[in-house]
Design a protein around this ligand. Structure first.
Ligand code: NAD
Length: 492
């Protein structure tokens, strides 16, 4: 539909103009051009979406799981057929490279695939004769209307940590994407439109805080899934749980790697460089701090600076680019100020990505890879989530000292160790306070059939996204105990 550049909603199986009065520009972060207008309100649209999702629930819930997953099989095929188009949209509005956008879509597809196992995963269990003639069973039932609120950095993958499981379990769903990147989900919903899903089963509402608040307060919304920054995660967790909803909130991160002197330095450098600077450091699993132990300090410091310096920075949409811009002008300013702060705290700037200008893309939000050496462990920079292409190096004498530095972090999204020692790896795995742990892995992203398990201020809730946790989250358990006296006393 034409909307004068305003991003529409998809409610009750139809495209609808947003009721919002205020809009913000969706900006291409590589060029500074406006791509579209994203609504900032959304509360009235949420009311309409909840009404339609609630009306669709009884019929969808009683649709056999086997039938429900047929829509997901079709969606997987549509994703594969439109992968390139979607990747280009993601690269345009988010700024990441085409290779990164394709990888993101693969992760979304894998979550669709796993949710196709719902007829097995949603099963309960039972036992006959828990007392004479009495049988007991646990069955899982969907909750009703559920919603997901998602961030800018993975415009398609993150919503698909939730949507496939939610609807496969028999819930009806509302997704509210980030107002910074609404166009990829718009395209996804053009594919959803082709599925022939009953109206109201899967709805798209664009908006900002008013839309979120309306979802958090609406009595018919049973569960909220959130991914984004920690302050917003805390806010959503407390407001939604005060309203009696089931909530899972994945927050921000400050991920550390520990590099031991026995690590294979060539692989380590490549893997850490990909992790710190891939997606311009805007991955919640990106390495932000590398703690080098003993002798590893000098070898790693020189190698990582060389590797980071060789990364080709440019617009994500060009195949030759290896790293794109950060999402907004504000992000660029914030990241550059944090680099200034690191330098003023006593760190030395080994590689400086401030004041980057890419020819022909002077209005882009580019920050080149930056490496800071000797970052003071107690300083602000070592604690703050930067969410940009900046790697801080901190030297330590022993693995114990490294683990101690790591334990001070408020966040616990991911942590990795690089070593050839099984004993050191085991110690790290055993002691580290993070939910996603890598052993010689830079981006410890769980596959769709494992939970995405942040700890500490990186997660608020009990059940995580993806796989079995998602099935637990999107279903209510019901235990039935039954006795049939006549049957019990019947003689055969
Ligand atoms: P954000 O918190 O600004 O926004 C996330 C969502 O919340 C958006 O849909 C936005 O519209 C909404 N929102 C923003 N402010 C709000 C408010 N005051 N009240 C109600 N809703 C609000 O996050 P972002 O900048 O889009 O994404 C980056 C952040 O997400 C980083 O902190 C990153 O670490 C985190 N993240 C975490 C994970 C994880 O798995 N833990 C994954 C991806 C991103």
């Amino acid at each position: 539909m034409t909307t004068n550049g305003r991003v529409p909603n998809f409610i009750n199986g139809q495209w609808q103009n947003p009721a919002a009065q205020e809009f913000s520009d969706v900006i291409n972060p590589a060029t500074g051009e406006s791509l579209a207008q994203a609504p900032l309100g959304g509360d009235e649209d949420v009311a309409a979406a909840v009404e339609s999702a609630a009306a669709a629930f009884p019929e969808w819930r009683s649709t056999p799981p086997e039938e429900r997953i047929q829509y997901l099989f079709r969606l997987k095929r549509l994703f594969e057929d439109h992968r390139e188009e979607l990747a280009r949209l993601i690269a345009t509005e988010n700024g990441k490279t085409l290779a990164e956008a394709r990888a993101e879509l693969q992760r979304a597809i894998e979550n669709i695939e796993v949710a196709c196992g719902i007829p097995l995963m949603m099963q309960g269990y039972n036992l006959e004769d828990v007392a004479r003639g009495i049988d007991e069973m646990m069955i899982r039932q969907p909750l009703g209307v559920v919603a997901a609120i998602t961030p800018f950095n993975f415009p398609v993958m993150v919503p698909f940590w939730f949507i496939p499981y939610g609807i496969a379990c028999g819930n009806t769903f509302i997704v509210k994407p980030s107002e910074k990147v609404p166009l990829a989900m718009r395209k996804v919903f053009e594919l959803v439109e082709q599925l022939g899903l009953p109206p109201g089963v899967l709805n798209l509402v664009n908006g900002a805080k008013p839309a979120v608040d309306a979802l958090l307060d609406h009595p018919a919304v049973r569960a909220i899934s959130f991914v984004g920054s920690t302050p917003v995660a805390k806010y959503i967790y407390s407001r939604a749980s005060a309203n009696g909803k089931r909530v899972q909130c994945q927050g921000g991160a400050k991920n550390h790697v520990v590099i031991l002197p026995d690590a294979d330095m060539e692989t380590t450098t490549q893997v850490v460089s990909d992790s710190a600077f891939g997606c311009a450091g805007q991955r919640c699993l990106a390495v932000s701090v590398a703690i080098t132990v003993g002798e590893a300090r000098n070898t790693f410091r020189d190698a990582i600076a060389d590797s980071a310096n060789s990364i080709v920075v440019g617009p994500g949409i060009e195949e030759s680019s290896q790293m794109g811009p950060v999402i907004t002008r504000d992000s660029k300013t914030r990241v550059e100020k944090l680099i200034d702060q690191g330098a003023s705290e006593g760190a030395s700037v080994l590689l400086d990505g401030r004041r980057t200008k890419i020819p022909n893309y002077e209005r882009g939000n580019f920050v080149k890879p930056t490496v800071l050496d000797n970052v003071p462990p107690g300083g602000e920079l070592s604690k703050t989530e930067i969410f940009g292409p900046v790697l801080s190096l901190i030297p330590a004498e022993t693995i114990e000292e490294a683990l101690n530095i790591l334990s001070q972090s408020l966040y616990g999204n991911a942590a990795s160790i690089f070593t050839t020692s099984g004993a050191a790896a085991r110690k790290f795995r055993y002691e580290v306070g993070a939910g996603n742990v890598g052993i010689n892995i830079g981006v410890a992203a769980p596959m769709a059939y494992f939970p995405f398990s942040g700890w500490k201020d990186s997660f608020f809730g009990v059940l995580h996204s993806q796989g079995r946790d998602a099935v637990e989250f999107y279903t209510e358990k019901k235990v039935v105990i039954e006795r049939w006296p006549k049957y019990w006393s019947r003689k055969f």
